[in-house]
Design a protein around this ligand. Structure first.
Ligand SMILES: Cc1ncc(COP(=O)(O)O)c(C=O)c1O
Length: 458
C-alpha cells in the first residue's frame, strides 16, 4: 500500500531542513562517535515501521549533516539544489526508473537525450558529440579518457576493446602538473601508471603552459592524449585551451578537457573567453552537481567522435533487445548499466534556468567570489589567486599555522564553511561560490565571520 502520509511527512521534514539552512551551523555539529551511537547498533531481527525509521533517521543524522545546499557552504566546489531540480529528483526516486536503456525507461531515455543536447548547446560543444550523464566528473574523466585511449590506438592499428592493452602500441599521456586528482585516478583505472604520465609545467595560477606542452609533444612520437583543464580546483584558472588544442592536434594528439566546473564559463557571454577554444577539443568532462545545482550525483561526459565514445562504453547481450535502433540507450555512453535516471533533474534545472538563467547563475557566483575577495582584502587579508571565476584563495599572515587556525575557527563558528588547502606550498583557505542560493548579504556575513576568525586567531 502506498503510504501517502509518509511521503507527506518526508516533504515536511525536507522543507524544514531547507528552510533552516541559512541560519544553521554550516558544518557538522556532531562527531563520529555521537553519530555512531545515534544511528548504529546491531541490525534487529524484526523490522521497524517505515514512519519510525524515517523519524529516527532524520533525528539521528541531523547533527551530522552539513549545510551543503545552503547559501554559505563554500567547501570543495559545491552547488546547491535548484528547486525544480530537487523536485524532479524526488520524482525520479518515486518513479524509480532504471535509466539503463530505452526499454527499461523510454522517458528516461528521451529526457536524457534532450538534456544532453541542451548541455552541449549551452556549453558550446559540437552538437554531433556523444554525451552521457555519469556519477560525477570522476567517471566522466574515465569515460572521456577511455574513448581517447580507444581512438588513438585505433589510429595506430590496434583495437584495444578487443585486444586489450597487453602488446598495444605505447600511448603518450601528457597532463598539466595541476591536473585534478580524479584525472590521475581515471588514468590509473585505464592502465596508465602514474610514472608513465608526462607532466607539463603550469604557470603561477595553475594553467598548463601551452609552450611547455608543445615542447613536450615535439620530444616524442606515437599515439598521444593530452589532459587539459578548465577550472583549477584551487584558483579557478583555466588552461589556454585554444593554444593547447592547436599544439596537440598538430601532433594528432587527442585533447580531453576536465572542466568539472570551469567549463560552465562557456554558458556566460561574460566569462566564455576563459574557455575559448574548448570546443576544438575531443572530449569534455563536467559536472551538473556543481555549477548547474542539481542534487548529487550527476556528471557529464561529451565526446566529439560518437563512434569512439560508443566503442569504449556500449554493451550488448542476447537479452538486451533493441526494438528501435534510433532510441537512445543511456548506458551506451557511460560506464554503468542499471543506473539512476539522472536526466530528469538535469532537464528540470536547465528548463527552469533557461539560457539566460544559466548565464546569470555563473555570473552571479563569480561576482560574489570577487565581492568576498574585495571585502577581506580591504582588511589586509592576502588573496593568493587572480579571482577570475568562482574560486578564492585566502592566506592569513605569513605562516601556515595561522591560516590553518583561521580555517579551523571559521569552521567552528559555522557562519560559513570553507576548507583548507595548500597552494604552491603555502597554506590557504579555499572559498568556492557555486550555489544558486548565495546572496550578497551571505557574502558580507561570510566576510565578517572570516575577519573575526582572523582577528581572534592572532
Ligand atoms: C577540476 C575538477 N575535476 C574533477 C573533479 C571531480 O568531480 P566529482 O567529485 O564530481 O567526480 C573536481 C571536483 O571538484 C574538479 O574540481
Amino acid at each position: 500500500m502506498i503510504d501517502r502520509a509518509l511521503l507527506a511527512r518526508v516533504a515536511e521534514l525536507a522543507s524544514e531542513h531547507l528552510e533552516a539552512l541559512p541560519e544553521r551551523h554550516a558544518g557538522p555539529i556532531a562527531g563520529f562517535d555521537e553519530l555512531r551511537s545515534a544511528l548504529g547498533g546491531q541490525l534487529a531481527e524484526d523490522g521497524v515501521p517505515a514512519g519510525q525509521v524515517i523519524e529516527e533517521l532524520a533525528l539521528g543524522a541531523a547533527r551530522g549533516l552539513v549545510a551543503s545546499p545552503g547559501p554559505r557552504y563554500f567547501g570543495f566546489v559545491t552547488g546547491g539544489a535548484l528547486p525544480a531540480a530537487l523536485a524532479a529528483d524526488w520524482l525520479a526516486s518515486a518513479w524509480d526508473q532504471n535509466g539503463f536503456s530505452a526499454v527499461s525507461s523510454p522517458a528516461a531515455s528521451v529526457v536524457e537525450e534532450v538534456a544532453c543536447g541542451w548541455l552541449l548547446d549551452l556549453l558550446g560543444l559540437p552538437a554531433e558529440s556523444g554525451a552521457g550523464l555519469t556519477t560525477g566528473a570522476q567517471m566522466a574523466n574515465v569515460t572521456g579518457l577511455a574513448a581517447a585511449r580507444g581512438s588513438v590506438l585505433t589510429r595506430a592499428g590496434w583495437d584495444v576493446e578487443e585486444q586489450g592493452l597487453g602488446g598495444a602500441p605505447a600511448i603518450r599521456v601528457l597532463a598539466g602538473e595541476e591536473a585534478h586528482v580524479t584525472v590521475w585516478r581515471a588514468l590509473r583505472l585505464l592502465g596508465f601508471g602514474r610514472a608513465a604520465i608526462e607532466v607539463v609545467a603550469a604557470d603561477e595560477q595553475g594553467r598548463m603552459r601551452a609552450d611547455a606542452l608543445a615542447d613536450a609533444l615535439a620530444g616524442g612520437s606515437g599515439p598521444a592524449i593530452v589532459c587539459a583543464q578548465a577550472g583549477n580546483v584551487n584558483t579557478g584558472a583555466c588552461d589556454p585551451l585554444g593554444e593547447i588544442v592547436a599544439a596537440a592536434h598538430e601532433q594528432s594528439a587527442w585533447v580531453h578537457v576536465d572542466g568539472a566546473f570551469g567549463l560552465w564559463a562557456a554558458a556566460s557571454p561574460v566569462y566564455a573567453a576563459l574557455v575559448a577554444g574548448a570546443a576544438g577539443a575531443d572530449s569534455w568532462a563536467t559536472d551538473a552537481h556543481k555549477w548547474l545545482n542539481v542534487p548529487y550525483d550527476c556528471g557529464v561526459i561529451a565526446v566529439r567522435d560518437r563512434t569512439a565514445h560508443a566503442a569504449a562504453m556500449s554493451l550488448t547481450a542476447s537479452y538486451l533487445v533493441r526494438d528501435d535502433a534510433s532510441a537512445r540507450s543511456n548506458s551506451d555512453w557511460v560506464p554503468e548499466a542499471s543506473r539512476r535516471a539522472r536526466g530528469f533533474a538535469v532537464y528540470a534545472a536547465l528548463r527552469s534556468l533557461g539560457r539566460s538563467g544559466a548565464a546569470e547563475l555563473v555570473e552571479r557566483c563569480c561576482g560574489l567570489a570577487r565581492r568576498l575577495a574585495e571585502r577581506v582584502a580591504a582588511e589586509g587579508v592576502e588573496v593568493l589567486n587572480d579571482v577570475v571565476l568562482n574560486q578564492v584563495l585566502l592566506r592569513f599572515g605569513a605562516d601556515d599555522a595561522l591560516t590553518d587556525q583561521v580555517v579551523r575557527r571559521v569552521q567552528e563558528d559555522g557562519t560559513l564553511w570553507a576548507g583548507g588547502t595548500r597552494w604552491r606550498g603555502q597554506a590557504a583557505m579555499r572559498v568556492s561560490v557555486s550555489s544558486w542560493s548565495t546572496t550578497e548579504s551571505d557574502i558580507d556575513l561570510a566576510a565578517k565571520a572570516i575577519l573575526t576568525a582572523a582577528r581572534r586567531a592572532r
